[in-house]
Design a binder for this molecule. Structure first.
Ligand code: ZN
Length: 82
């Protein structure tokens, strides 16, 4: 097993979060799309025809939130070292 990826700050991040962070601007797009529709459900995540929408925050939102936090921390660490 490869060692878990970490941010410059030493935070361990999962592969999904790692992928989002690696795509420029993706976390912002996901955060905009996967938002509360006003009824406590995700605007875009369907849970199937019968059950309507996934409850907010959906899993994608949680990943995007984490990715956004990793980007923020990474920027801070990079800023400190220069
Ligand atoms: Zn969603």
């Amino acid at each position: 097993m490869p060692a878990p990826q970490t941010t410059p700050g030493g935070l361990v991040i999962c592969p999904v979060v790692q992928f989002i962070v690696s795509q420029d601007g993706l976390s912002a797009v996901l955060l905009a799309d996967h938002s509360d529709d006003g009824t406590g459900h995700c605007r875009v995540c369907s849970a199937g025809a019968q059950s309507g929408r996934h409850r907010y925050p959906c899993l994608t939102r949680v990943y995007a939130d984490t990715a956004s936090e990793v980007e923020r921390l990474s920027a801070r660490v990079r800023g400190r070292s220069t």
